[in-house]
Design a protein around this ligand. Structure first.
Ligand code: EPU
Length: 339
């Protein structure tokens, strides 16, 4: 296990904002995780598990504890039949390495989630999703270290309570579990339409009609690169806001005033309204607020151009949230987690 004293968190987070932590520890296996959690318990320190740092915002104040960098590796096919293959991946593996492996094996189920930054272990936490797929669709189970009991548990997908960008790991029991591995079932069948509208448009323009996972991956990479800024060049955390989930009544109010507003029926009297559209229609796209730029290509993404720290980001967030609320009466929520 490697320990680093007083790491500056902004160096580890793609938004490039945040103060320091007391310590950072690299965990290569379950034993490392157990030792770090024990140390935190003994010394009454907080802990936080970091994947790729692409979906976390840190405060300016020092984090009074240990940031655990997840380096648990391994990606193996553990079962296979004529229709599908079951793959188990260590939680510290980069998510896109797992997607690449699935493409090389001609397996479908996660190809539309190509080049999402972050680790395999972070993927179930917020139920990552893109272009019509989410990890909840293919996940069988996770192995997770229960930090209360010190035991490793196998948690079936149905018990993860997956919803849009949500799971028990993120919302109901944050900090209780540290994911050690994820197991997915991927299909040997070709990807089938209907595809997400933007993706279908891209495939049609490229005259692709015989769909395979490599073509879908390439299409998704092209679409993402036009809409999502590269964090290595322009610090950001992907979608900064979640899309809004509203009731039928709220949706009808919105449509009465804005008949062209886009929305998706999620069932159960819930409708998803793209927050990018809401922000865009407040004429905020491209604006710079306190050093945070509202991405001109997709208003859901905030780019840290020159924010002095978390305070500036919070002020920009407050202004955007209030502007959207004043215009549409819809409360929008931040997507990245905070430490
Ligand atoms: N829109 C606008 N203006 C904008 C942005 C979007 O009018 O500035 C409209 C678009 O025209 C479209 C709708 O909003 O009708 C949806 O936009 P898009 O398809 O680009 O997707 P999104 O809702 O902005 C979500 C995910 C992304 C994911 C894409 C594709 C969330 C919070 N974001 O974005 O995920 O890649 O769909 O599936 O659900 C992430 O979570 O970090 C992320 C990038």
């Amino acid at each position: 296990m490697k320990l680093i004293d007083n790491p500056s968190l902004s160096n580890y987070l793609t938004m490039k904002i945040g103060g320091s932590a007391l310590m950072m520890a690299e965990a290569y296996n379950l034993k490392d995780i157990q030792d770090i959690i024990q140390k935190c318990k003994n010394e009454k320190l907080k802990f936080y598990i970091l994947g790729g740092g692409s979906n976390i915002i840190a405060h300016d104040e020092t984090f009074n504890g240990i940031i655990i960098q997840n380096k648990i590796t391994g990606m193996n096919v553990i079962k296979e039949d004529g229709e599908s293959a079951v793959i188990k991946a260590g939680s510290g593996e980069p998510w896109d390495d797992l997607v690449k492996m699935s493409i090389h094996m001609n397996l479908s189920g996660i190809e539309a989630m190509s080049i999402i930054p972050g680790t395999c272990g972070a993927a179930p936490v917020q139920n990552i999703g893109a272009y019509g797929q989410e990890i909840a669709d293919t996940l069988i189970e996770v192995e997770a270290f229960n930090t209360d009991s010190g035991e490793v548990e196998t948690i079936a997908a149905k018990d993860c309570e997956f919803k849009y960008r949500s799971s028990i790991f993120r919302d109901k029991l944050p900090g209780k579990y540290i994911i050690i591995s994820i197991t997915l079932r991927l299909s040997k069948s070709k990807p089938k339409p209907p595809f997400y509208a933007n993706l279908q448009k891209y495939l049609d323009n490229a005259h692709i009609t015989d769909y395979n996972v490599s073509d879908i991956r390439q299409a998704v990479i092209q679409i993402r690169q036009t809409k999502l800024p590269d964090p290595a060049k322009q610090p950001n955390s992907g979608s900064f806001f979640k899309n809004a989930i509203v009731t039928k009544q709220k949706l009808e109010q919105l449509l009465a005033n804005y008949p062209n507003a886009p929305y998706y029926d999620m069932g159960n009297n819930q409708y998803k309204v793209p927050t990018g559209w809401l922000i865009d229609n407040c004429n905020l796209k491209g604006k710079l607020i306190k050093g945070m730029r509202i991405n001109p290509a997709n208003a859901l993404v905030l780019i840290n151009e020159s924010a002095s720290g978390y305070k500036d980001l919070a002020a920009a967030r407050a202004e955007i949230t209030a502007t959207v609320y004043d215009k549409f009466g819809i409360k929008i929520e931040q997507e990245p987690l905070e430490i």
